[in-house]
Design a protein around this ligand. Structure first.
Ligand code: 13P
Ligand code: SF4
Length: 303
């Protein structure tokens, strides 16, 4: 922390000068999460908080689709993305043209898009969801079947929780798809009384072997309220690092699986973004209007 202090102090000063807020996803490094973020949370919380954000500038310490969502909800503000290359394997798995082709194959079937998609994709769908409200969003449509994209594992999880027939897309999170049920068995054998909580982007056999599945904020809430003795959080490992301080009663065990896209965001590039007010996220007006409607419908459904 001593080495990072000058950069943290510079960012704090720049935030004041630029009238800026930093929104940070739960997967940011502890230096960002604890050192400079104004608001932290899962994708749903960051979208909801973006609507409320004060100031003229939003810095998204997260990945590109999160910055796009913040821009959709704040068209008049400057939204900075410290590294434009911070993408997401799910968002890259599908385009707006793919959604139009899916609709042609399944006429009249509503389309739900996970927020881990580009604004182009959000513009083509009926409603967005996050892992924190996917089942609720699907059921809000009152339809017998729903196209759910792009995460095939989140789609399988939703299908396991509802009677709505789910038509999936073949996208996967490059981080969560690497966990296996064998990893869980190994950790359970090595630690007595282990509680396993997994993100629903994990494959179905991993979720079946876990004690709880939920979004990053729901996992954090689980640890905060249930105070388990030893936990394996089956997700990006910065999560455990970030919540260790608030949950001293819990020991976190894990293999360290980092999201290479989230890790692109650093104190240094946050500082540069605030100094230069670049790179900015911009979305063409026609795409933005339709994509915003999909996100706003999701926020109306809530958590
Ligand atoms: P959450 O919405 O649960 O924070 O997940 C976002 C994400 O990218 C998970 O990999
Ligand atoms: Fe995308 Fe997976 Fe990284 Fe989340 S952890 S941003 S879903 S690649």
């Amino acid at each position: 922390w001593a080495l990072m202090r000058p950069t943290i102090d510079a960012i704090t000063r720049l935030k004041r000068e630029r009238n800026a807020v930093i929104l940070a996803h739960n997967y940011m490094s502890p230096a960002i999460y604890h050192g400079v973020a104004d608001i932290v949370g899962d994708s749903l919380a960051l979208a909801a908080q973006a609507v409320e954000a004060q100031g003229d500038v939003i810095v998204m310490a997260g990945v590109h689709f999160m910055a796009e969502t913040a821009k959709l909800l704040n068209p008049a503000k400057t939204v900075l993305m410290p590294d434009l290359k911070a993408g997401c394997s799910l968002a890259e798995s599908i385009t707006g043209a793919d959604v139009r082709a899916l609709r042609a194959r399944h006429p009249g079937v509503p389309v739900v898009a996970y927020v881990n998609t580009s604004a182009d994709v959000k513009a083509e769908v009926d409603i967005c969801c996050t892992s924190g409200n996917a089942v609720k969003v699907v059921e809000s449509l009152n339809a017998p079947e729903v196209i759910f994209l792009p995460d095939k594992y989140l789609a399988a999880y939703v299908a396991s929780q509802t009677s709505v027939r789910i038509i999936p897309w073949d996208g996967r999170c490059e981080v969560h798809e690497q966990f296996t049920a064998a990893d869980i068995a190994e950790f359970r054998a090595a630690h007595d009384d282990l509680t396993v909580i997994a993100h629903p982007e994990c494959p179905p056999d991993v979720l079946a072997a876990a004690d709880f599945a939920g979004s990053t904020a729901q996992m954090q809430e689980f640890v905060r309220t249930r105070t388990p003795k030893t936990v394996f959080m089956v997700t990006e490992c910065s999560m455990s690092d970030n919540i260790t301080a608030e949950s001293p009663q819990t020991t976190f065990v894990r293999p360290c699986m980092l999201c290479p896209h989230m890790q692109r965001i650093t104190l240094d590039n946050i500082r540069t973004a605030l100094e230069t007010l670049e790179p900015r996220v911009e979305i063409p007006a026609d795409v933005a209007a339709r994509a915003r409607a999909s996100v706003e419908r999701m926020l109306a459904v809530g958590r």
